[in-house]
Design a protein. Structure first.
Length: 704
């Protein structure tokens, strides 16, 4: 019986996610009737194109009524599908207890891997266990030795199965096992031992020959898998680039890169901001839509329904006479200027992420060229976008159920492909939860076939199950509720859900501390200390995090009390800034990003662990990667000093209960002498809101 293979998402309907270099650790129940021992292997391989595997029921758009119908569009036909014939790599299962087994493999290439489990009766091991028990009890084992001889003969006679032979700890390709080669000489040695077992030599000598560990190794390379059981499905792993797991994002509006609030900044001017962003240690510079902005119902300052001369409008009102989703807003420059911006960013070590918003201004060329792509009222007019009570008079939504669904879906997919050709591999997708799940599953899978390094960030602040389904359907990363989780207890509960449940297998969080749409009350009222602690928490709790420009200046003025909208929002106006004004957080941001790059522990979320604290508002946690262990203490109340005792798992670190040890704060290199498991921490908002500690002790490996 091979049951309960994990990780498995929705019965194998969706893939788990990993990045290049990460491991997939599986557990599975394997057992049999009776008393025989069992053995098994984790089987894995790099999959071919999705044509090479059967499609689960309901996956992707169907030919009828869902998704493109035109030849060559949408998922491939089922005809001719089936498992690839290439060999599987195999890792022996290790028994964990209570019939639970485990193994792991490392993914080394972008794309998609497959994995499953095969198990069988370990006939030799079962025979050897019985023989050993009887021999140790001084019983006569003449018959058992003859049975063993026949068993060894049969193993040599078995036709070699070059796709499944395994030696413990090594995988086999063809007839060679890493560290072991199956040879005729080995077969001869097994037959010699079989002859010895049936010979007239003393039983003790024959039993010793049967117990020879070398014989066990030889036999392990020849398991009898003729009646093996394989798990009833092949599961999948989507392997993304490391940037899908780890990265610091900075959101900026190129049009605000100007000294004149009445004139749009250009890409050439925005290039001047890139060295400063790179110096703060960011990995990704993220741009809002850069396309032409419509004039019909253009919004004015602070989301006013009427605009004045010179108001630039919202970048999310996409499309004008100058073009649509594959054109550049003239005020920013040309497509060549955009290409140069991307190239300059790359030279500075920055990836460019682009906002993709599938909606259209009433002036978008598609409104006139493809009216069937929009939903019309009974009077023939097109209904603008709404999220009651909010209204977006400057935007038309697409009708994804259009009569020309193939044309619309393909055109939208081609928007991504266009920008990929211009050097963009990272996309932040606006409001994906208002578009069909089936579209995203088809579109992302289709793009990643040719571009497995593409990264898609889902901006869906909506119900948990919807956010999770979008992640399952293909989105590489997801915005989260981090912005609204501010107390220590809220953070512990939420991060436990993200890192200690099945969610961690498919949803990668990206912790944005603020966005152009979200200025949380915590930042509005908490002043600089609130910005400090939210930044440190975003950057250490999450391997991926982001900030919207102005965060480093502690911009915190809302349009009105009770609103999360910024006053004089950059969404509706050009907003020049003095990036070096007093009180900025650039030094803190650069220091934390350096720490993140230097410490692998902070480049993943799987090992996040909360530890004991005597103060409710004092958040105390750690992350670990190999020998690298980082602790973080944070005061979650920006107006109040917090102090108390925090628990260090010294027994796990090999530190004696009364032994002194030093902790170093990586933020300022200050050191503190601690002793025992519980130690005192004090965080005063006027001085500091957080510590990022490493332990300096001979028993604790020091990360370079």
């Amino acid at each position: 019986m091979v049951e309960r293979l994990q990780p498995e998402i929705d019965g194998g309907r969706f893939a788990v996610k990993r990045t290049v270099g990460e491991s997939v650790s599986i557990t599975v129940d394997v057992f049999a009737d009776g008393h025989d021992l069992v053995a098994g292997v984790l089987k894995y391989r790099l999959a071919g194109a999705p044509e090479g595997r059967p499609k689960a029921e309901g996956q992707g758009p169907k030919a009828e009524g869902q998704g493109p119908k035109a030849e060559g569009q949408g998922p491939p036909k089922a005809e001719g599908r089936g498992p690839r014939e290439e060999l599987w790599d195999e890792i022996p299962l290790t028994e964990l207890g209570d019939d639970r087994w485990g193994a792991s493999f490392t993914v080394t290439e972008l794309g998609e891997y497959e994995y499953t489990v095969e198990a069988w009766i370990d006939r030799f091991g079962s025979w050897l266990r019985e023989l050993t028990a009887k021999a140790d009890a001084s019983q006569d084992v003449a018959s058992e030795l003859l049975e063993g001889a026949e068993l060894l003969d049969s193993l040599v006679r078995l036709k070699a199965d070059t796709t499944s032979d395994v030696v413990s700890g090594f995988s086999r390709t063809g007839d060679v096992v890493s560290g072991f080669r199956r040879t005729d000489e080995d077969d001869d040695r097994i037959l010699e031992i079989a002859d010895l077992l049936r010979s007239g030599r003393p039983q003790a000598e024959r039993v010793d020959a049967a117990r020879d560990p070398h014989l066990r190794t030889l036999v392990a390379a020849r398991p009898d898998r003729s009646e093996s059981t394989t798990y009833d499905r092949v599961l999948r792993v989507t392997v993304d680039p490391v940037r899908a797991r780890f990265g610091a994002w900075y959101e900026m509006f190129p049009r605000s890169c100007t000294s004149d609030s009445k004139r749009s900044g250009t890409f050439r001017e925005a290039e001047a901001r890139l060295p400063d962003i790179a110096a703060m240690g960011f990995d990704v510079v993220y741009l809002p839509p850069v396309h032409p902005i419509g004039r019909t119902h253009r919004k004015g300052r602070n989301n006013s329904l009427t605009s004045s001369a010179g108001d630039p409008g919202s970048p999310w009102a996409i499309g004008s006479d100058d073009g649509g989703h594959t054109a550049i807003e003239p005020g920013l420059g040309t497509l060549d200027d955009f290409d140069r911006f991307v190239e300059t960013a790359s030279h500075l070590g920055l990836d460019v992420a682009l906002d993709i918003a599938f909606q259209a201004s009433p002036d978008h060329p598609w409104v006139h060229e493809h009216p069937e792509w929009f939903r019309h009222r009974p009077d023939g007019s097109i209904k603008y976008a709404e999220n009651p009570p909010k209204k977006y008079q400057d935007i038309y939504p697409f009708d994804f159920g259009s009569s020309d669904r193939p044309g619309l879906w393909t055109a939208l997919r081609d928007v991504f492909l266009f920008w990929i050709e211009h050097g963009v591999r990272i996309f932040r997708v606006d409001n994906p939860h208002t578009k069909p799940f089936g579209f995203w599953e088809w579109c992302i899978a289709d793009i990643k076939r040719a571009h497995p390094d593409a990264v898609f960030l889902s901006e869906a602040f909506t119900r948990p199950k919807v956010m999770r389904y979008l992640a399952k359907a293909g989105f590489t990363q997801s915005y989260t509720y981090f912005t609204w989780r501010n107390s220590a207890s809220e953070l512990r509960e939420y991060l436990t859900e993200l890192t200690r449940t099945e969610v961690m297998e498919y949803l990668r969080p990206n912790f944005f501390a603020n966005t152009p749409d979200i200025l949380h009350e915590y930042l509005q009222r908490g002043g600089r200390p609130a910005f400090e602690v939210r930044f440190v928490l975003a950057a250490t709790l999450g391997a991926s995090y982001g900030v919207y420009s102005g965060f480093e200046l502690c911009e915190n003025t809302a349009i009105r009390h009770g609103s999360e909208e910024y006053l004089d929002s950059e969404k509706y106006q050009i907003k020049p800034r003095n990036w070096n004004q007093p009180g900025n957080l650039k030094e803190l941001i650069a220091r934390v990003n350096t720490i993140r790059r230097d410490h692998p522990a902070l480049q993943q979320n799987a090992t996040l662990r909360f530890h004991g604290s005597s103060a409710d508002a004092l958040l105390w946690f750690s992350k670990k990667s190999g020998s690298d262990l980082v602790f973080v203490a944070a005061n979650t109340t920006p107006h109040d000093m917090q102090h108390g005792w925090v628990e260090v798992p010294i027994h796990e670190l090999g530190i004696a209960p009364d032994a002194p040890y030093v902790v170093e704060d990586l933020l300022d290199e200050a050191t503190y002498m601690w002793r025992g498991a519980w130690n005192y921490v004090r965080l005063e908002p006027a001085e500091r809101m957080a510590h990022i500690f490493v332990v300096r002790h001979p028993s604790v490996s020091r990360h370079p």
